[in-house]
Design a protein around this ligand. Structure first.
Ligand code: GDP
Length: 528
């Protein structure tokens, strides 16, 4: 098959949601349609149980599952679909942000009763920053929830989206009868007890068809017609270009658990979702159709077995064909590398592959060469942009607890930071090392892994820092020098030697910005 054909059949996306909205359930139903799994319950949830903060078994279990579910690929109607797993737990939000750099679109799952929740807001914000096309799936229609139009309003207001419904529920909760599919212009009837089966489709000539009254009742039919009219008058018609540009988000309703409305979502998805997209490198825009291979590392996973310190680096292929045993260049190190057993992922297994194409993810065994954000090419000097770090929420000093193991500790910290477990900052003033994380859980993961994988012991010391601010300023100006002098106790460098101001409160940030207007502070390491 030609490279172009391979590209055209691929869709690589992520599902994002607040925990418990139904991401795992939806993933599983999608895989059932693809024939990738045979039964419900086959997909493991990568959720961390509540209150599991100090349970190392739980952390290890999480790591195991997270490698198993990193990429779930399946075929459906001549398309190859790659679902990239995004952890819902907020302590792993940074992981999710990075994974979002490797998707071409997302599906946002929202619980009909809970509406827009905190984690959804944060993740959608990241997608909006990157203009990632989004589809919205409102889930759990078999339960009593919010009114469909109220929810659409909420999605627009809280998530800052412009929506257009492509389906509408008929009733809800105990009165839930089915879904009018605006996209295909038919009605899906819901039968509550037939849970794993794909439900019946009612063919209608149009929305005035009397068969609707006969099937769902006169009252429900009347309401439906009014609502359809409302949709037409209030929401913009679906426009694929606007969706692809990230300016319009189609909404579907359904119940993942009951496998209801999922096929409609999937069918619309394969029709409208983008194929693998070009990606910006610092040097130029790289297009999937280019013959030469180029890709980037968005995730690194350490081996579960502490005796083998090899890791699996996940590469998203941006252009060309990736081939086994071919020489490629790790651009940052100008190092030539060859991979004899690159992995590809399916829903239920991983396999060694000979060739992979744009949109695909390959897992490469690595002994410590790769870093998150690295570019791998067929030789060209390219550096893909856009795996930023976000300011951590928690900060602690890290101290060596075993003077004989200083080297092991340094190496361990270095590699764990390459994996993106947390961020390291070094204070300018005295060289002390600070670990910043998104959640408290990471400190335990780091301590545990340093000990078990590197034989090093560390302790932490509390530190009162509110946010890490990446500094954008002309360092030769008097203003900058004055700022740096006044704030010298809080000046640090991140792992890439970029200057960072560690602010102790939001008040400090406001005051600093007022006093030093030309010293710009960013909560994200890459800014335009
Ligand atoms: P995740 O945290 O987003 O991955 O959510 P899960 O897929 O694990 O779902 C959370 C809970 O909601 C589970 O108990 C599911 O069985 C349940 N659930 C998922 N979809 C539906 C649905 O359509 N209706 C109902 N009633 N429950 C659902």
């Amino acid at each position: 098959m030609s490279l172009q054909k391979e590209i055209d059949k691929r869709k690589t996306f992520g599902i994002i949601s607040h925990p418990d909205a139904g991401k795992t359930t939806l993933t599983e139903k999608l895989l059932l349609f693809g024939g990738a799994i045979q039964e419900a319950g086959a997909v493991k949830s990568n959720k961390i149980k509540k209150g599991a903060t100090s349970d190392f078994m739980e952390i290890e279990r999480q790591r195991g599952i997270s490698v198993a579910t990193s990429v779930l690929a399946f075929e459906y109607k001549d398309h190859k679909i790659n679902i990239l797993d995004t952890p819902g737990h907020k302590d792993f939000a940074e992981d999710t942000y990075r994974t979002l750099t490797a998707v071409d679109s997302v599906i946002v799952v929202i619980d009909v009763a809970k509406g827009v929740e905190e984690q959804t807001e944060k993740l959608v914000q990241v997608c909006r920053m990157r203009n990632i096309p989004m589809l919205v799936f409102i889930n759990k229609l078999d339960r009593e929830g919010k009114d469909a139009f109220d929810l659409l309003d909420e999605v627009e207001q809280k998530l800052g989206l412009q929506v257009t419904p492509l389906s509408l529920p008929i009733g809800m909760g105990s009165d839930f009868q089915g879904i009018y599919n605006i996209w295909e212009k038919n009605i899906q009837l819901f039968s509550g007890d037939n849970k794993q089966k794909i439900s019946e489709t009612l063919k209608i000539s149009d929305i005035t068809d009397e068969i609707i009254d006969k099937t769902v009742g006169v009252k429900a039919a009347k309401e439906l017609r009014e609502e359809v009219e409302l949709v037409v008058s209030v929401y913009p018609p679906f426009d694929r270009e606007a969706y692809l540009a990230g300016n319009l988000q189609p909404v579907f309703f359904g119940s993942a658990l009951n496998n209801f409305g999922v096929r409609e979502l999937l069918d619309a998805f394969i029709e409208i979702a983008p194929k693998p997209q070009p990606k910006k490198a610092e040097e130029r825009l790289v297009k999937p159709e280019e013959e030469q291979f180029a890709g980037f590392v968005f995730k690194i996973h350490a081996n579960m077995d502490p005796k083998h310190r090899d890791r699996l680096a996940f590469i998203k292929i941006v252009s060309g064909t990736f081939k086994r045993n071919e020489n490629y260049t790790l651009v940052r190190e100008k190092k030539k590398m060859k991979f004899s057993s690159p992995n590809t992922f399916f829903a239920d297994r991983k396999e060694v592959i000979d060739e992979s194409f744009p949109g695909d993810i390959v897992g490469l065994h690595d002994t410590g060469n790769f870093r998150i954000g690295d570019t791998l090419t067929a030789g060209e000097d390219l550096n893909f942009k856009g795996i930023p770090s976000f300011s951590p929420e928690h900060f602690r000093y890290i101290n060596n607890n075993d003077p004989l193991k200083a080297k092991q500790l340094a190496k361990g910290i270095d590699q764990l930071m390459d994996e993106g477990v947390a961020q390291l900052f070094t204070l300018d003033m005295n060289g002390r090392k600070i670990i910043g994380t998104v959640g408290a859980l990471q400190y335990e993961v780091i301590q545990y892994r340093l000990e078990h994988e590197y034989g090093a012991k560390c302790t932490y010391e509390p530190l009162s820092i509110h946010k890490a601010c990446w500094i954008e300023a002309d360092e030769s100006t008097e203003e900058y020098k004055e700022f740096a002098r006044l704030k010298q106790r809080f000046m640090a460098r991140d792992k890439y030697n970029r200057p960072v101001f560690l602010a102790d409160s939001s008040f400090t940030i406001t005051m600093t910005q007022e006093k030093f207007p030309n010293v710009k502070l960013h909560f994200i390491s890459e800014y335009e």
